[in-house]
Every structure is written in structure tokens, then in C-alpha cells.
Design a protein around this ligand. Structure first.
Ligand code: CMP
Length: 839
């Protein structure tokens, strides 16, 4: 056998091939796997060619390497599978994908089952092997590799949601197919009759068990990640350990699906990690995983294709017919899923309607890749399977992979052209042009700035910027020829503006002044603005802007927990998040008008009318953000002040750190000093966690602020405090509903509410009260009362009202008097209204 050094040498040689295949594939305009496949097959066929030429392949050590593959496929599975799957999980934007969770889950799981069943039942009568084996083959080929089709969709500007759907589906599809594969393999090995009921049950158990394990493992990792204190190398190392650890634990310890567990942990890290790992560390992590998965995918491909000539050496006509049937069945199953399963989902609005052209493109783009080969290898290496079964699975799966690689992958662009999907819509075309034009404008700007800083000649500047200006002019001329409506142009300008916002967020995040979680929310908001503007223009942009200011689900959950279970902590944390988010959003939106108005950016590209409109829209957005922020600031000025200080201090520390780095890099301070200084700064910045938010719901402290009770002494206050319970409300929350039975009176300690009286709304503010009339008169509530701001109220329940009134005669008189005047005011209003009606 070969020694380790030799195996490594072979791998190194293969990596050289992989490395060169990338640029070559780009040059030949071929998908890289196609080229890798060709090279692999050529390498694998080499010994056969040698022996044909009369040289003995056996005695030639070079050919032996490829004939006797030095790495067994069990190694393949354990080494490569966790890597491939974990990467797929970690790069997924889970929150986005979750929006389409129902269709994705349904499509992935049901599609896998349908594909497996279709292929199994079609091949069974022809293949001469048992049904389970045919089903096993079905599971092996049910995985799809969406990379090619997604790359093209991105190029042609397909709706983002559609791309996400395809991505998400492929992701879960792999997990479902591999779990199913494991279940079927178990059945074959234990020579059990295929029993659909218990098979499905086992499948779901292993799927769900794997998912839960992955989720827990992912959470555990995130719990320990803070210990490595932002060290990106350590963070990346832990994720690698997680991928392998959870795979082995699932397979060997818990006997659930290892792949699903790895995927689950990858998705968990992706969903929660983005907000716990600093943005720059996060991109390092995903870049690293991209690299790892690239190696894994390429090596699997090339090693598997080296095996192809040997596998297909004795292929006969019958095998070819079976491959043809398999190809037909696989595509028919995909068509069935897309054209029969999707329409109900579209009907129930569970997913965006997908045009038939796109469905056909998705069908044709259903390539089979590294995972299919890996599963086929796993089957061939399994000693418990008979040689016919191994051969059947290996030959057919490889045949399908080769077919999709050489036929589908190479013609995918052509098919997309034929389906009429490749031409960017005029709107997208102009959008792309304008984004480029904006970059040219930016280049011109920075050249001018630089010339000014270094007092360079104006003529030199003109010389350099002329070609860029020519390009901008050409773009404008071309786009002007496109007959776009004013509406389309506005949509494009707004999308460009939202794009700029995204860039600003990324710049800000480098300063580390916002927490990673806030940065993620800001990025997502910017993406929603871009998508909104692209799909629905001004309305879409406005809708996205409103959504960005609304209370997110986490806030609502926290509020629910506060309201019904009295848990304040989560609500306080979410309020703190909101302050931080609004603080940074305000900074961003403040910078947009500069981008919009200065005649340097949007100015030269869009007409004045458009920039005026975008200016107005941005202005309105700024007002909305200011209002939202002020609403919080007015109630919690101390907290906002503390946060502003922290915000400034963080950015000062950041700058300090940068200065030290510059000094160190220029050789002005030695390494030890630099390390010391740096440690000092990171110690200070880490030592300053976000201040804790205090909602301020201490009954005693609140009572002191009520004028109505100012005459009470210490003991009386104490007694009253026991009767009153604090309550917090958010803006627009309805506190009292007209027509309900009265159950409490509310005193406003801070904030304002609105009483929706028929004649006109009445506003009540700090130290006023409401809800007393129903209690005094025993009649239903007279009007809706809604919070206008964040309010802190003190609530006096009906049962305690009497006691309160007797114990506090002064307050009682005041309440009675105000209630009487409100009553007479309402009666007057009503009389006036009936008079007006009778006239
Ligand atoms: P109630 O009828 O219990 O519920 C609605 C509340 O709105 C009512 O008690 C008063 O507290 C308040 N309200 C009704 N009319 C007026 C008014 N004219 N001015 C101020 N508050 C009012």
C-alpha cells in the first residue's frame, strides 16, 4: 500500500489540478465541475489507455495510484460530508429563509419523497433488483446542486425571493435525501422488507432527532464563543470542531441523522451567530468555510470522476437504457413537484407565484453533484451490500451525474436564453447601469479630493476623470433611450439610495459602534429597502421603511411575556435594542440627503424632478425615525444619554486602536508596547457592556411623581402603593376599549394617551387619569383610550377603588370633580351633535 507521504503527494497533485481548472473553466466559459469531471475521467482512463498502447498499467506505479484509489470512501464520507453540509448551513441567511419556511420545508421533504418514490417505482420493473435498492438509488440522486442555476438567476436579476426558495429547498433536500438514504440502507442491510410505515417513521425520527441535536449543539457553541474574546481564528476553529463533533455524536451516540444534525448546527450558528460574532470575524468565518467547502467539493468531484472509467468499463446497452430511464424519471419527478405541488402553495399565498419559464429553468438546472457521488461511493464501499447492488447504484448514479454535468450544465445558459429569462428587464438593466455610473461618480469624487489634498494640477484631474465622465454620459444617453416611465426611474433612484445605505452600514460596522446584532438588523433593513424599491418602487420603499420602524417579533414576544407573565427583563433588553437601533438608523438616514442632493452623486445621473422626489421621501423617513427615537428619548432621557456616551467612547477607542496600529506598522513603537496598548484598549472597550435598560416600574417611585397623591404622608403612601400596580405601554397600544365593563382606573405617571371621543379626540398627559367613569357610574366604558407614547401608568383595580377613595378623601374629591366635568362635557357634545343632525 501507499505511505502517508505518498497519499499527501497525490492530494497535492490533485489540488494543483483543481487550482488550474478554475481559471481554465472561466476561460472556456464552462462550469468548473464540468472541467473537473473531464480531467478526472481522463486521469482515471489513463491506465486503460496505457495498457491499450501495450504498456502494462499494473506494473506502472503512476497508474496504480489512480486504479487503487488511496483514500477509501468511508474516509470520504467522514472527512468531506460534514464540511460540505456545515458550509451550506452557515452561509444561509436563516431569518430570510424562515420567511418561506413552509413552502421550503414542504417542497424539500415532499419533493425528496416523491423523487425517490418515482425513481424507485419506475426502475423496479426494469432493473432486476429489489424495490428497496431502486428506492436507495432514488435517494442517492434526489440531492440537487443549485449553485449553477442560482448563479445564473442572480445574473439575470431573478426575484430575490425565488432565488432564496431554490437555495433553501436544495439545502433541506440534501438533508432529507441523506436521511432517507440512511434509512433505506439500514433496511437493505438488515434484509427487512420495505415497510413504508415504519420506514417513514424512522425517517422522520432521525430527521427530527438530528435537527434537535444540531440546534442544541449550535447553541452550545454560541454559548462558549464569547470566551475566545473576538479571536477570529479561535472562533473559526471552534466551528470546524463543531461540524465534526456533532456529526460523529449524532451517528454513533444518538443514532440520528448526522447530516441533519450538522445542517441544524450550521443553521443555528448562522441564525444566532451573525448577531454575536463581530461582522468582520463573521465574513472571515464564511470566507474560510467557502474555501474549505470548495476543497471538499472539488476533491470529491475529481476523485469520484477518476473512478468513472473503471466503473463504467463494462457498461452495456442495458445500463445505458437504465440510465436513460433514470434521467427521464428524475426530471419527470422534478416537473411533477414544480408544476403540481407548487400551484396549491401559490394559491394559498404561501409562496410567490413562479412563472412556468422559471420552473422549467429550475428543472433543467437540477444538477447532481458532489453529494450524489459521495452517497454512491458510500454505497459501493458498504461491505454488507451485494456486488450487483453496488454496481447498480454506482453505475446509474454516476451516469446521471455525468448526464446533468455534460448535458444540463453546459446547456443551462442556452436554455435560460431560450426561455427568455436571460435578458435583464429594462428596469433592471438601467438599475445596473446606474449603480455602475454611481461608482464612476464616486471615483471622480475621490480623485478630485486627492488632487485637492496634494494640490495637484486641475488639468491632471480633468485628464483622469474624463473617461469616467464619458462613461457616465454614455450610460445616461443609453438609459434615456430606454423608454422608462418616471415611476421606474424613481424606483431605480430609491434602490440606489438604499444601496448607499447598505454601504454606510458596512462602514459604520467597521467602527464597532453598534453591536453585531444591530448591524445585522440594519443590513437586513437596507436589503428590504432595496428589494422593496426594486419590486414596487416608491410604495415598496415606503413599506420597507415602515416595517423597519415597527416592533419586531422578538419585541412582541417580550411584550407578551411582560404583559401576561410579568417578566420585565426581556422587554427591557428589547427596548435597549430599539434605542440602539434607532440611534444608528438616525445617523444613517441623516447622511442620505448628502448623497441625494449634492450635485455630485445622484444629481448628475437622475433628473432634478427625481432627486426632488427622493429628497422628499428621505426627509419623510428622517422625520419618522426622529419621531420614533424621540418617543423613547422623552421617556428615557438618562438611558439615551448613557448610550450616546458609550457610542462616542467606542468610536474613540476604535480610533485610538487604529493610531497605535499605524505607529506600530511604521516601526515607531515596538511590538511589546503595541501589544500592551492594544490589550489596554480592548480591555476598556470590552469592559463597557451596554448599560442595562431600566423600564422604571417601581410603584413607590412612580407614586411620588403623582400630583394627585402629593399630600400623603409616608405611611399613607405605603398603603396606597400596595393598591397600585405599575404598567408599561407602547405607542398605539389600546388600553381601554369602548363598551367594555370597567375594571380599573389608570393614573399616567409619564407619557400621553388619547381618548377617542365621538366629537373630537382628547389628549391626556402626565399626572392625569382615565377609566374612572365606568367605575363611578357602573356603565360601560365610554370611549377607546390609546397610548400615544411609551407610558408608565399606575393601575388601580376595581376591587381596591372603593378602599382607595375612602382612604384618600382629597384624591376622591378631585376624581369626582373631574369625572363630573368630563361627563357634562360629553353630554354637551352629544346634544350639539344631535342638534346638528336634526338640522
Ligand atoms: P371610562 O368611561 O371608564 O373609559 C373611557 C374613559 O375616557 C373615561 O372613563 C374617562 O376616563 C375618559 N374620558 C371620557 N370622556 C372624557 C373627556 N371628555 N375628557 C377626558 N377624558 C374623558
Amino acid at each position: 500500500m501507499f505511505d502517508t507521504a505518498f497519499v499527501l503527494l497525490v492530494i497535492a497533485a490533485l489540488l494543483v489540478v483543481v487550482g488550474f481548472c478554475q481559471p481554465l473553466a472561466a476561460y472556456l466559459k464552462l462550469p468548473p465541475p464540468v472541467l473537473l469531471g473531464v480531467v478526472g475521467v481522463a486521469l482515471g482512463g489513463f491506465p486503460a489507455v496505457l495498457s491499450q498502447l501495450g504498456w502494462s498499467a499494473r506494473s506502472d506505479p503512476f497508474a496504480d495510484i489512480f486504479v487503487e484509489l488511496p483514500v477509501s470512501s468511508a474516509t470520504f464520507i467522514y472527512v468531506f460530508l460534514p464540511l460540505l453540509v456545515f458550509e451550506a448551513g452557515i452561509v444561509t441567511d436563516v431569518r430570510r429563509t424562515l420567511q418561506d419556511a413552509a413552502p421550503i420545508l414542504l417542497l424539500a421533504v415532499v419533493a425528496t419523497l416523491i423523487t425517490t418514490a418515482a425513481i424507485g417505482f419506475v426502475l423496479w420493473p426494469l432493473a432486476g433488483v429489489s424495490l428497496v435498492v431502486c428506492l436507495l438509488l432514488g435517494a442517492v440522486v434526489a440531492t440537487t446542486d443549485p449553485a449553477a442555476v442560482i448563479a445564473i438567476f442572480r445574473d439575470v436579476g431573478a426575484p430575490a425571493r425565488l432565488t432564496r426558495l431554490v437555495e433553501g429547498e436544495a439545502l433541506l433536500n440534501d438533508a432529507a435525501a441523506i436521511s432517507l438514504f440512511a434509512v433505506l440502507l439500514g433496511m437493505i442491510i438488515s434484509a427487512r422488507e420495505p415497510d413504508i410505515g415504519s420506514g417513514l417513521c424512522e425517517f422522520f425520527l432521525s430527521f427530527i432527532g438530528g435537527g434537535v441535536l444540531g440546534l442544541l449543539a449550535g447553541r452550545a457553541l454560541l454559548a462558549v464563543i464569547p470566551w475566545v474574546r473576538d479571536d477570529r481564528l479561535a472562533e473559526a476553529t471552534l466551528t470546524l470542531a463543531l461540524a465534526y463533533g456533532v456529526f460523529i455524536a449524532a451517528e454513533r451516540l444518538f443514532h440520528v441523522s448526522g447530516v441533519v444534525a450538522v445542517l441544524g448546527s450550521g443553521l443555528t450558528v448562522s441564525a444566532l451567530g451573525r448577531s454575536r460574532i463581530a461582522l468582520y470575524n463573521w465574513s472571515f468565518l464564511t470566507d474560510l468555510w467557502d474555501q474549505i467547502a470548495f476543497w471538499a467539493r472539488s476533491l470529491v468531484f475529481i476523485l469520484a470522476s477518476i473512478l468513472v472509467p473503471r466503473l463504467l468499463g463494462d457498461v452495456g446497452l442495458r445500463d445505458l437504457i437504465l440510465v436513460a430511464v433514470l434521467v427521464a424519471a428524475a426530471f419527470a419527478a422534478r416537473i411533477l413537484v414544480l408544476f403540481v405541488l407548487m400551484p396549491p402553495l401559490e394559491f394559498f399565498k404561501l409562496t410567490q407565484p413562479i412563472s412556468s419559464a422559471y420552473k422549467l429553468a429550475i428543472t433543467w438546472g437540477g444538477l447532481r453533484g458532489a453529494l450524489t457521488l459521495l452517497l454512491a461511493l458510500a454505497a459501493t464501499e458498504n461491505a454488507a451490500l451485494s456486488p450487483e447492488v453496488k454496481r447498480f447504484v454506482a453505475v446509474l448514479a454516476t451516469g446521471l451525474v455525468l448526464f446533468t454535468l455534460f448535458v444540463n450544465a453546459t446547456t443551462l445558459r442556452l436554455v435560460i436564453d431560450l426561455l427568455g429569462l436571460s435578458r435583464l428587464s429594462p428596469r433592471n438593466q438601467v438599475l445596473r447601469d446606474q449603480v455602475l455610473a454611481l461608482s464612476y461618480a464616486e471615483v471622480c469624487d475621490s480623485v478630485r479630493d486627492m488632487a485637492r489634498d496634494h494640490t495637484l494640477a486641475e488639468s491632471a484631474v480633468e485628464e483622469v476623470v474624463r473617461p469616467y465622465q464619458a462613461r457616465i454620459a454614455a450610460t445616461n444617453a443609453r438609459d434615456a433611450a430606454e423608454r422608462l416611465t418616471e415611476r421606474d426611474r424613481l424606483a431605480i433612484a430609491l434602490a440606489a439610495l438604499a444601496n448607499q445605505e447598505r454601504v454606510l452600514v458596512l462602514e459604520r460596522s467597521a467602527d464597532r459602534i453598534a453591536s453585531p446584532a444591530t448591524v445585522q438588523v440594519l443590513l437586513r433593513n437596507a436589503d428590504l429597502l432595496i428589494e422593496g424599491a426594486r419590486s414596487d418602487g416608491r410604495v415598496g420603499y415606503r413599506r420597507a421603511a415602515e416595517a423597519a420602524l415597527s416592533f419586531p417579533v422578538a419585541f412582541r414576544v417580550a411584550y407578551f411575556l411582560y404583559r401576561y407573565f410579568g417578566i420585565v427583563r426581556f422587554l427591557a433588553d428589547r427596548l435597549a435594542d430599539r434605542v440602539e437601533l434607532l440611534l444608528v438608523t438616525r445617523l444613517l438616514v441623516d447622511r442620505l440627503p448628502g448623497f441625494n442632493n449634492r450635485n455630485r452623486r445622484l444629481g448628475p445621473i437622475f433628473s432634478q424632478r427625481i432627486t426632488e422626489l427622493t429628497g422628499e421621501i428621505v426627509e419623510r423617513r428622517r422625520e419618522a425615525v426622529d419621531d420614533a427615537f424621540d418617543a423613547l428619548r422623552r421617556q428615557y432621557p438618562d438611558y439615551v444619554g448613557a448610550l450616546e456616551i458609550r457610542f462616542l467612547r467606542q468610536s474613540a477607542l476604535r480610533q485610538e486602536m487604529e493610531r497605535y496600529r499605524a505607529l506600530y506598522e511604521e516601526g515607531l513603537i515596538p511590538q511589546e508596547l503595541y501589544d500592551d496598548l492594544q490589550r489596554g484598549v480592548s480591555g476598556t472597550s470590552a469592559a463597557e457592556p451596554r448599560p442595562r435598560f431600566d423600564i422604571g416600574l417601581d410603584a413607590h417611585r412612580l407614586i411620588e411623581r403623582l400630583d394627585l397623591l402629593s399630600g400623603l404622608d409616608e405611611r399613607q403612601l405605603d398603603r396606597v402603593a400596595r393598591l397600585l400596580t405599575p404598567r408599561f405601554t407602547v405607542p398605539n397600544e389600546r388600553i381601554i376599549r369602548k363598551g367594555d365593563r370597567g375594571d380599573a382606573v389608570f393614573f399616567i405617571v409619564s407619557g400621553a394617551v388619547e381618548v377617542a371621543l365621538p366629537a373630537r379626540p382628547v389628549r391626556l398627559g402626565t399626572c392625569e387619569f382615565f377609566g374612572e367613569m365606568a367605575l363611578l357610574s357602573g356603565r360601560p366604558r365610554q370611549a377607546d383610550v390609546t397610548a400615544l407614547t411609551y407610558c408608565r401608568l399606575l393601575v388601580l383595580r376595581k376591587a381596591d377603588f372603593e378602599r382607595f377613595m375612602t382612604a384618600n378623601p382629597e384624591a376622591r374629591d378631585a376624581i369626582n370633580c373631574i369625572a363630573a366635568s368630563r361627563q357634562s362635557m360629553n353630554l354637551e357634545d352629544r346634544d350639539r351633535a344631535t342638534e346638528a343632525a336634526s338640522l
